[in-house]
Design a protein around this ligand. Structure first.
Ligand code: GRF
Length: 211
């Protein structure tokens, strides 16, 4: 069974969507650990309610970002994690982390990458930028993580219409609903070995295999 480590910083509603999908047997996997860089992240509570080990790791106590990353890697290895899911994790993973779990880190982003992504695009800011730009369609993306910010190979995307009356807040809410469908599906595809990486020079694309 695939062992999953989920990294969070906040509410953990995406974490919850994976927990629910496992409990419903939509996904055959086990979350062996949930890690947070914020002590009060509600996602830690969600994990504890399911008896999943939930660990807060202080960046401050770690000293610097590289030491923080080394600790993350150490814990994930201790919990024998095969797949790392970034579900609203706000810290930056360093190259060593990315190398250690190459093609095994998924991230969910609340826009259609490459729009409204990269440094500084997190939380409500993503949706504020979409509203400001006046886009008619937005959505969510699940991608594998490489050394860049939101630059890794795209696995799944789903779109929705931006309505004339939408605010950043209403958009965030509706995109989040999409995220809760998309992330479990991405995890399911990974667990069922239905993902193929196609390397072409410096670019990597991801193919979803049918049965
Ligand atoms: C989501 O919008 C996700 O796309 C982004 O951070 C948010 C996390 O929300 N990366 P939650 O903590 O899962 O509720």
């Amino acid at each position: 069974m695939v062992k999953i480590g989920v990294l969070i910083s906040g509410s953990g509603s995406n974490l919850q969507s994976i927990i629910d999908s496992i409990n419903k047997k939509y996904i055959f996997a086990q979350i062996t650990v949930v890690l947070s860089d914020r002590k009060n992240a509600f996602g830690l509570e969600r994990a504890r309610m399911e008896n999943i080990p939930a660990i807060f790791l202080s960046k401050k106590e770690a000293g610097n970002n590289d030491d923080f990353n080394s600790k993350l890697v150490e814990i994930l290895k201790n919990y024998q994690v095969d797949l790392v899911v970034l579900a609203g994790f706000l810290s930056i993973l360093n190259p060593n982390f990315v190398k250690t779990f190459k093609n095994k880190i998924l991230n969910i982003h609340p826009s259609l990458i490459p729009s409204f992504c990269g440094d500084g695009f997190y939380g409500l800011k993503v949706h504020e930028a979409a509203i400001k730009q006046g886009v008619k369609i937005t959505g969510a993306t699940v991608h594998f993580v490489d050394e860049g910010t939101d630059t890794g190979p795209i696995l799944l995307q789903k779109s929705l219409e931006v309505l004339p009356n939408d605010t950043a807040e209403t958009l965030q809410k509706r995109v989040l609903t999409l995220e809760h469908e998309l992330l479990p599906l991405a995890v399911k595809l990974f667990c069922e070995n239905k993902i193929q990486f196609i390397e072409n020079g410096k670019t990597t694309k991801v193919l979803v295999l049918n049965n």
